[in-house]
Design a protein around this ligand. Structure first.
Ligand code: ZN
Length: 495
């Protein structure tokens, strides 16, 4: 079984912030989960590098546009390494292979009669790289970013989007394409209000892919960007790869780019006679002190800073645990610390630490392979079944809650059995059972906090890495005579 997962490609006119980090970590967690579940995963991410905005920002920095995009794309790539993102391919829209595919798609659409030449009269927001209709023509402010838009009037190629409205409406009604569910009506209402044809070329923008037409326009940056999901898996260029992975199974986006992804993108695919993506999931925004955290507003929470202070895995954990995926979240240092100390330090860290301490002091550091206590074993299995359902439903915070049910169960189990008391007769049975439960939790946690899960795994004395094991290890006995390794504190308490 295959699964094709994407993040949006990020527009590199500024450095990455917590919003980019959030989308990409979410996609990474899902990719890791499906790999462990035995799927053949293709995980695509990358950078969006054309358009007027990038051209203008590069000019202000006195470097060539090419130098600018090379440098900034590298910043994203490096951060993805820091965030431990397990992508299959990092695509850049300035790659010749992508540019070639975009031109071929354009030609295909022309041949199919899905494009026509007209004149675009209207407003354009350069920071957003979007065509928009202002409320007030005398003071034309962008409905998305509230900045003044430029008026343009120029010949342009249009995509006949209106033609696909009915077909798209039906697809959305009949499928789980728009996620989360509460977004579905929003998208349907937008379509039912009537779709316009969209302009897909620009006349005087030089930093872009040139159109395969005599006029030599450049192709509108959003149109170029959406095609990355096709070129990324070899559309036109690599039929074997493409037929293996198409269509996308889960595409992650922020809610600010729904219109491009829930409407323009599927219409484009309908025009190309290609199967549509299964799910496009729009997550919410992180706010800090009531404002959306974004590059255009400048109130940036730096992921690097949090990582320096707490480490990577606490960040990965917090982002997916704190807020149900799909809703908005409020970021605060205080909230982060609270979540860190209670869940990771007290519940998980303490459980691992005191159990290993028991193995060292009461069992000479050797774990046995006894059959685990039956209620505990059953509980671990029922937690896994729920966890699996939640992961497949992209309900990350609920999946983590399930794991924490098991962690709490194990802490209670130890408290009640108290194997540290004088004269306890079945120490090994209690501790081995707890280890069995910790191993299950560690496997389920591996997609979320891969480094910490590996560390716990090694301390328990197991071979390899939990992320490279399948979930079917969950209900197997622990190998006889496993020797635990030196203990370390994985999550130090923060004051
Ligand atoms: Zn704008």
């Amino acid at each position: 079984m295959k699964i094709y997962i994407t993040t949006p490609i990020y527009y590199i006119n500024a450095e990455p912030h917590i919003g980019h980090t959030y989308t990409t970590i979410a996609a990474d967690v899902l990719a890791r989960f499906y790999r462990m579940a035995g799927y053949d995963v293709f995980f695509l991410t990358g950078t969006d590098e054309h358009g007027q905005k990038i051209y203008e920002v590069a000019k202000t920095q006195n470097i060539t546009t090419k130098e600018f995009v090379d440098r900034n794309s590298e910043i994203y790539k490096k951060l993805w390494d820091v965030l431990n993102i397990s992508y299959t391919r990092f695509i850049r829209t300035t790659e010749p292979e992508h540019e070639e595919t975009v031109r071929k798609v354009f030609t295909k659409l022309l041949e199919k009669g899905a494009l026509y030449k007209g004149n675009y009269e209207g407003y354009y927001c350069i920071p957003c790289e979007s065509y928009a209709i202002p409320e007030d023509e005398n003071n034309p402010l962008c409905p998305d970013c509230n900045r003044t838009m430029s008026k343009i009037s120029e010949p342009s190629y249009f995509f006949r989007m209106s033609k696909y409205a009915k077909q798209l409406e039906r697809y959305i009604e009949e499928n789980d394409f728009v996620k989360p569910d509460f977004r579905k009506n929003e998208v349907l209402n937008f379509i039912r209000a009537g779709l316009y044809d969209v302009s897909i070329t620009r006349k005087n923008v030089e930093w872009g892919i040139s159109s395969p037409t005599p006029e030599n326009y450049t192709i509108y940056v959003w149109f170029d960007a959406l095609i990355n999901y096709l070129s990324g898996v070899g559309y036109i260029q690599n039929d074997i790869l493409f037929s293996k992975y198409w269509p996308p199974d889960v595409q992650f986006i922020g809610k600010d780019i729904m219109r491009f992804h829930h409407i323009i993108w599927p219409c484009l695919l309908l025009a190309l006679d290609l199967p549509l993506p299964k799910v496009i999931f729009a997550h919410g925004w992180w706010t800090s002190g009531k404002d959306k955290i974004s590059k255009s507003k400048g109130n940036i929470v730096s992921p690097q800073k949090i990582i320096e202070e707490y480490g990577l895995d606490p960040l990965r954990y917090f982002l997916l645990r704190e807020v149900p995926f799909g809703l908005d979240g409020e970021y605060s240092e205080e909230g982060f610390k609270k979540r860190y100390n209670s869940d990771l330090v007290n519940d998980l860290g303490n459980l691992v630490n005191r159990t290993l301490n028991l193995v060292e002091t009461k069992m000479s550091g050797i774990i046995g392979n006894e059959t685990p206590e039956i209620t505990l074993a059953n509980f671990a299995i029922s937690v896994f079944e729920e966890y699996e359902k939640k992961m497949k439903a992209i309900a990350f915070s609920e999946a983590l809650e399930e794991i924490w049910k098991l962690i709490s169960f194990l802490n209670r189990f130890l408290d009640e059995k108290a194997p540290w008391r004088e004269g306890c007769k079945n120490v090994a049975e209690i501790v081995n059972s707890t280890i069995y439960g910790i191993r299950a939790a560690t496997i389920m946690l591996a997609p979320f906090i891969p480094n910490s899960s590996s560390k716990i795994w090694k301390m328990l004395g197991f071979d390899g890495d939990p992320g490279s094991k399948g979930f079917n290890l969950l209900n197997q006995n622990i190998p006889e005579g496993t020797k635990v390794n030196k203990r370390e504190i994985i999550f130090p308490r923060k004051k």
